[in-house]
Design a protein around this ligand. Sequence first.
Ligand code: AMP
Length: 288
Amino acid sequence: MLVHKIEEVGANVKEWKKQGFTIGIVPTMGALHAGHASLIKKAVEKCDKVIVSVFVNPIQFGPSEDFDKYPRTLEADVELAESIGADIIFAPSADEMYGEGQRLSNDTLTYVVPPFFFVNKLCGKSRVGHFDGVCTVVMKLFNITQADYGFFGQKDAQQLIIIRKMVKDLNVPIELIGCPIVREENGLALSSRNKYLDEKGREDALVLSKILNNIKSCYDKGINNIDALKETAFSFLKDVHELEYLEFVDKDNLEEKEVADDNTLVLIACRVQGVRLIDNILLNNINF
Ligand code: AMP
């Protein structure tokens, strides 16, 4: 069922809670693909009722980012989410989420601001304020849906780690479930932003997973020196790739690693055809 109003979600949630149902929330920005579908499937398996939110959240986009051109495919999203078993697809307008005519700025709106240590690196470095916008909307979705479980992809690893931190620090009564990255057969991590790439771009975009897989196989062979691991990675880059970062951090607290170990999360961000793509791999292959 497609729902646009917070109040209508609330009425359903109230009824479900009365009946003792568990509720899962899968926050998305829409343009759903098999990666999103895997989260929804997990939620349907685990929870009695599942809400999938589809909201291109304006406050998590910087002024020069792709908010306006971000793909919007609500009809197909509803069809896909319902076919998997989602009960509600919650697609609010920005006015519905933040209040009619509300100026979207932290001068006038309450934001949830994650700790600087978690946002002053990786994606947070180039996307200033991005995680404030993410935490604010996710916290609102948790409150609106009163969900018992929240489902997030490991594709956005920094986001998942930051939301875990928010939930812990603010005692949010929800359990978070991290879900593995879904990839195309050739290794490309699925992303709504892949839609911006043409065929050559999709081919060039394979560099991200190739670099990560190469690092993992070097690590498996016993190389744990990060400079050496980075060095092998750079040989994959061509002129068409604008590397933004390649970092080795602790999967729990995002602390920079000096030597690679089983707790190491390797993250990469690279522009291909001007499209900013991200990917990551955990060196011990276990989910986080
Ligand atoms: P988005 O719509 O890009 O904001 O993503 C919504 C959720 O889907 C986030 O928790 C993402 O991490 C997750 N997600 C996006 N792409 C993938 C993927 N390829 N595999 C698994 N989860 C994903």
